[in-house]
Design a protein around this ligand. Sequence first.
Ligand code: NAI
Ligand code: OAA
Length: 328
Amino acid sequence: MSKKPVRVAVTGAAGQIGYALLFRIASGEMLGKDQPVILQLLEIPDEKAQNALKGVIMELEDCAFPLLAGIEAHSDPLQAFKDTDYALLVGARPRGPGMERADLLAANAQIFTAQGKALNAVASRNVKVLVVGNPANTNAYIAMKSAPDLPAKNFTAMLRLDHNRAASQLAAKTGTKVGDIKKLTVWGNHSPTMYADYRFATTNGQSIKALINDQVWNAETFLPTVGKRGAAIIAARGLSSAASAANAAIDHMRDWALGSNGEWVTMGVPSNGEYGIPAGIVFGFPVTTENGEYKIVEGLEIDAFSQECINKTLAELQGEQDGVKHLL
Ligand SMILES: NC(=O)C1=CN([C@@H]2O[C@H](COP(=O)(O)OP(=O)(O)OC[C@H]3O[C@@H](n4cnc5c(N)ncnc54)[C@H](O)[C@@H]3O)[C@@H](O)[C@H]2O)C=CC1
Ligand SMILES: O=C([O-])CC(=O)C(=O)O
């Protein structure tokens, strides 16, 4: 018997990430080739954005995806999030000329407060939320705080692009295949302060740290390359990462929904105090996933260098959280 369709809400659906994301969700790459989906798409109530969304919907129709059981276009989050099982919050206010970080935080705080409240009011009580729009960790924190009737653990932020970027750099450095890399993680904020940590990672069962054996490369080449990769893409393309961001969103949601088969993946999730990260902070952690739930990998040793990196990214997140405190 065929499965009942699930509802997938995507915000910023007419944007660049949306264009790289929707077709893959509709073809079954996120939730499985046997799972029908209804897409509930949200864009701002602006003629140009709504027209662009119509065009994307026409293209989705023209793909004749057998798993696509319905498509809706909305400009109101209370409609877009109705009964939704999955919510990918991609749309966010980009930084404009002369805008300071605090202005960006305030503009996005408004968006994610409203969307958190709407999820709280109308989404499935088990909705799984992924925040992609930047600043992703803090936006996820705002949405979570604005949705007190939903489980906090259902609000997550996207660190998977950083994880995938790190895996790719390590595969190149060790001359091995990216698919052979296990037990990699990225701690902290989705920003240049994130700490990509390969101390536990293996490739074909061999320790990557032992293979590379070069802390100067780690500190002076690897970490800045992964941390500044978003800026490098913008410099090269004139636009920020879109296909790779959409790919990471698919990876994040697929693993959360369908399981990681015991492998570590990185998710930004609210801390329960693990590794000394204050409860509630949405932080990149190593997790394993099973039966639609994630579990933080605990008990890893944190050495002095790693602690310093974790403290730095935590301090940045706490600064962001302080910057929006008065709005929550
Ligand atoms: N977490 C991560 O790893 C990454 C995050 N990003 C972030 O993802 C976000 C989206 O990126 P792009 O698709 O390239 O941007 P984009 O500007 O091409 O598209 C964003 C879309 O969101 C819409 N939007 C804005 N506010 C909205 C709201 N309140 N409700 C619904 N829709 C809204 C806009 O109309 C626009 O169509 C940006 O914040 C970007 O910085 C990008 C790459 C990686
Ligand atoms: O850097 C940006 O603006 C987009 C982003 O988050 C990334 O590519 O990691």
